[in-house]
Ligand binder design. Sequence first.
Ligand code: BGC
Length: 811
Amino acid sequence: MKFGYFDDANKEYVIQTPKTPYPWINYLGNEQFFGLISNTAGGYSFYRDARLRRLTRYRYNNVPLDNGGRYFYVHDEGDYWTPGWMPVKRDLDFYECRHGLGYTSITGERNGLKVNQLAFVPLGFNAEVYRVKVGNVSDSPKRVSLFSYLEFCLWNAHDDMTNFQRNLSIGEVEIEDSVIYHKTEYRERRNHYAYYSVNRRIDGFDTDRDTFLGAFNGLDTPQVASEGKSGNSVASGWSPIASHGIHLELAPGEEQSLIFMLGYVENPQEEKWESLNVINKKPAKAMIEAFATDAQVNSALADLAAYWDGLLGKYSIQSSDDKLSRMVNIWNPYQCMVTFNMSRSASYFESGIGRGMGFRDSNQDLLGFVHQIPDRARERIIDIASTQFDDGGAYHQYQPLTKQGNNEVGSGFNDDPLWLITGTAAYIKETGDYGILDEDVPFDSGRQGSATLFEHLKRSFDHVTNNLGPHGLPLIGRADWNDCLNLNCFSEEPGESFQTTTNLDGKTAESVFIAGLFVFAGPDYAELARRRGLEDEATRAEREIENMRNITMAHGFDGDWFLRAYDYHGEKIGSRENEEGQIFIEPQGFCVMAGIGVEEGLAEKALNSVRDRLETDYGIMLQQPAYSKYYLNLGEISTYPPGYKENAGIFCHNNPWVTIAETVIGRGDRAFETYAKIAPAYLEDISEVHRMEPYVYSQMIAGRDAVREGEAKNSWLTGTAAWNYVAITQAILGIQPDYDGLRIDPCIPQAWDGYKITRSFRGAEYKISIQNPDHVSKGVKSVTVDGSPIESNVLPVFEAGSSHEVVVVLG
Ligand code: BGC
């Protein structure tokens, strides 16, 4: 069952009912100012950091769900309603939500009045703009009132929802003309404020929530909207809000447009005030001026569309499969931008107050994003590396506003450092910018000195070889990619955090996954060393990698698949010897991606075991059999009920590792089969089962053991986006950025006749036609560039600005 449809021409997902199985959301903003907006206009906004600079309030775990956002109440002759249906939930004669790239447009119609609210963040601008169009589609004149509404957060979102003894006394606003300024804490150490404006004279306003709502009322029954009259309230403490009241007279067929703006302003310390306790509004006024007319809004929307056309144009496919095309050309790269921006901080499953930017997460996110805006990936790599410790270890996360490691989220995840190598290598392959390796980058934000980025990569590499266990495999530390496999934790206290509680100093628990990651990422480190003229270092690294490869085959293989780990006591995990958790997906995918056991036949065995033991109709489960009880020696993984999350859920993030692994052994049909199983566009028809947005990946789909098999959770912020982007664009479709050019090495279903890709790479455009006359999966028979054959399947780096026709024949 579907709740909408893809409008590919407009690059939108169109939702046709407000009653989706869960709020289906979108993201506004690409740079500093961000908003989350649901299909019923719920959500919130923040500047850079969802925890530390929250502009509007959001109540998590609310009933009904998603009750709070940017609302426009219409009062029409005693009747009042909201065009996004929520929160008033009055029946609408028409409803539609269009989630597009960086904007959301919601339309509601009732009793001959049509209201459209369009929200976006203009490029390079620290504000959300809402254009509201009110149209009289009836035959008689209408006199209606419109009341905007949003509720301010007192900046620190965590403090805002916990520290009431203080916060209920500090709220302050100013009102001037049609603009409501939120200036809580500006009188003391803050030099930033928010404002909510509208581009016309208002007939009333409210800034005090209780006045707007009225005693005992919720957002569904605000007194102001029901009476059709603003209270002109001035907030003092309690809960500051912003609401404009505007009367409109509309002739039949007439439509009026209003432009609202929620903006963020930072003033220099010496320019904070206009006069005693009156804030300096100059910057806000300039911003408001910039969007005073529809023409200005339209031109900013056109800029936003052009911006996205530019980004999406860097890699596009022409194929006969619409679902594939919309994933590759629109939604997967779009989600990659969002995960790059947000890491795991703010979604409808991440509160924005718990987690910041993940060391491992953000490195992986940039794999799917780096070709869009390489400069931003560069900055991110430096930011991430700046939180690394001087021994190569890493904080697990850092805060985007301060860019400092967040101790509350812990450290000691022994896979973390290696992802920095993979992220940096991806950036260099995309750009050829080796200069990044010479950047002087702090350790622990300067607390432990600094060194070149290359030295950071060396310490990442050495962090593994300096921390080996009894078999010579990498020690797992607190956990590896699987945050929930906590082999040194032994937690018996209810509620104790598996991520941060003091661990035993484990010198035994080893991770086969990290071994695979080491053999996967290591060669890039060796290659970069060699390209810096450090031949001895490159050779040393290669020796270590070879050694790890052999150890993994000797001690990390269990007959038909790779083992997962050795625990604190040296016992096997992910082995046929175990009663539960006999086989895990992660080492199968990663060890094969690293090429371990490909020649020896182990890789094929491992992937066949995945197919036979882990695969379901909805994707590949993380492990089997699910843990049915809590295991003290395994930690959080066994706390989840069977079939959910890391305990045998379909953890989508690691499915593409199997997809890529299948291409390593040349099985194009299997690769595409595993890809399509979890690609959201292919799941649209079962939205009632899947329940999450059909245009983006979710982190998890409930596995076979779950009560609700096939039901997804944690949409949007997941490494699934980047890895599936890599799996489809590089591994299957076979366009792979490499140090010296663009490598062409597809691995596709045999039935495919071919497809066309346009790829811009280091400034040049490559128009690539892949032809498959012999119906093979893999193998490049010939390559011609602009009509002339070339020997290799690595397309050279062309002059920036040039365009080239490439024909690749498989066989
Ligand atoms: C985390 C990832 C982790 C994954 C598996 C996610 O919630 O963000 O860093 O790899 O869970 O445990």
